[in-house]
Design a binder for this molecule. Structure first.
Ligand SMILES: NC(=O)c1ccc[n+]([C@@H]2O[C@H](COP(=O)([O-])OP(=O)(O)OC[C@H]3O[C@@H](n4cnc5c(N)ncnc54)[C@H](O)[C@@H]3O)[C@@H](O)[C@H]2O)c1
Length: 372
């Protein structure tokens, strides 16, 4: 199969859909890999790395979309890219269609088959192509929060780990899933005193078994949340209710109970955020002040560490990319129901129920599409 990887054109996106090592695997499997010139530059992969891996460099996105049978990307295709997709072509990337009717309409009109990273599932009920980015964002959260706490950035002027004779900062993590666990591990590793709040007792049992000693857990009742947030130097928002907007767990009123200059890092901002006062920010202008509390709410945190994120994403997507290329999407999805869960659009039909519900559009069962 001809697999093509274009340069990402969404603003501030430095990741790339195929790493040189994934390109090499695909070449070993007998596929032809086309990479747009400079596509990997932002992640530290140059054209010569891809050439050494056996890929071919093409100059323009037009040329790439024209020849590739499967297009592998990171972000959802932008309007100009969607116009280049064609019937019978396979698109494998993050799509996030539920809040995006315009993109959904364009993908349906293109006639292409579109598999979304974020809806591919695994045997443990997880989202294996979303998890690596949650791991990255979780590990970044205490790092950016520590920077936000610095005096020059409007913060409390508190060092996360303290020093001998000075207590460490108190960090509260709301949500103990993938983001929350990684955030708590790093904050504890930096020497902070960390508490993770969750509503899943099973999840807290797991965290307590594995991380007892490193950080504590507490049930996320309103009362516990309010009390712990009031004492915190840093609060990290990491909740997720799949398919829904993040619940607002800390109100604007509660900010007045917090320590002046405390830092909020709302990782859940991509689902609307779990603080009433959160609004999405960018890497260029990541923090803002509400009532003396510093908010960091960057919606694409992994972009800050494009190289690590690209490699982590590539490790996760490669086996699926190879299955799609080796077998064709129909057979690959027939063999793996978890990959079939990634099918969002095929030949003008929407095939993902949650997206149909969100956008009020008709959905065709992916199993039916597979048979016809
Ligand atoms: N900003 C970014 O760049 C970025 C990057 C990656 C992930 N995210 C977002 O981070 C959020 C967390 O992702 P994840 O992969 O850790 O999800 P996850 O499903 O692994 O974990 C979510 C946790 O939240 C808990 N939870 C749900 N409701 C709660 C409540 N009311 N109080 C306390 N805990 C509650 C769940 O029990 C679960 O343990 C998501 O919104 C995700 O989209 C953002």
């Amino acid at each position: 199969m001809k697999i093509g990887c274009p340069t990402e054109i969404k603003p501030q996106e430095f990741r790339v859909g195929i790493t040189p090592s994934a390109a090499q695997e695909a070449v070993v499997h007998g596929h032809e890999v086309l990479i747009q010139a400079n596509a990997g530059h932002g992640a530290g992969f140059e054209d010569h790395h891809y050439v050494a891996a056996g890929a071919r460099i093409v100059e323009t996105a037009e040329e790439l979309f024209e020849s590739a049978e499967m297009v592998v990307k990171v972000k959802e295709p932008q309007a100009g890219e969607r116009r280049m997709l064609r019937e019978g072509q396979l698109l494998f990337t993050y799509l996030h269609l539920a809040p995006d009717p315009e993109q959904t309409r364009d993908l349906l009109a293109s006639g292409a088959t579109c598999i979304a990273y974020e809806t591919v599932t695994d045997d443990r009920g997880g989202l294996p192509l979303l998890a690596p980015m949650s791991e990255v964002a979780g590990k970044l959260a205490p790092q950016v929060g520590a920077w936000t706490l610095q005096k020059a950035n409007g913060g409390r002027g508190v060092l996360l780990g303290g020093v001998p004779g000075v207590l460490p900062a108190r960090v509260v993590v709301i949500g103990g899933g993938v983001v929350g666990t990684q955030a708590a591990r790093v904050a504890a590793g930096m020497g902070a005193s960390v508490t993770v709040l969750d509503r899943s007792l099973n999840r807290m049992r797991y965290l307590d078994d594995v991380y007892a000693g490193a950080f504590k857990t507490a049930y996320a009742s309103s009362a516990n949340t309010a009390a712990l947030v009031a004492e915190a130097d840093m609060v990290i928002g990491a909740v997720l209710i799949p398919g829904a907007a993040a619940p607002k767990l800390v109100s604007r009123e509660q900010l007045s109970t917090m320590k002046p200059g405390a830092a909020i890092v709302d990782v859940a901002i991509d689902q609307g955020g779990c603080f009433e006062t959160s609004r999405a920010t960018t890497h260029q202008d990541p923090i803002y002040d509400v009532d003396g509390i510093m908010h960091y709410c960057v919606a694409n945190m992994p972009g800050a560490v494009a190289r690590t994120s690209t490699i982590a994403l590539g490790n996760a997507t490669m086996p699926y990319m190879l299955a799609l290329a080796d077998k064709g999407w129909r057979q690959a999805c027939a063999d793996d129901p978890h990959l079939l869960n990634g099918l969002n659009v095929h030949a003008g039909k929407l095939t993902y129920y949650a997206v149909g519900r969100a956008l009020g559009m008709d959905v065709t069962s992916p199993q039916l599409v597979l048979k016809t």
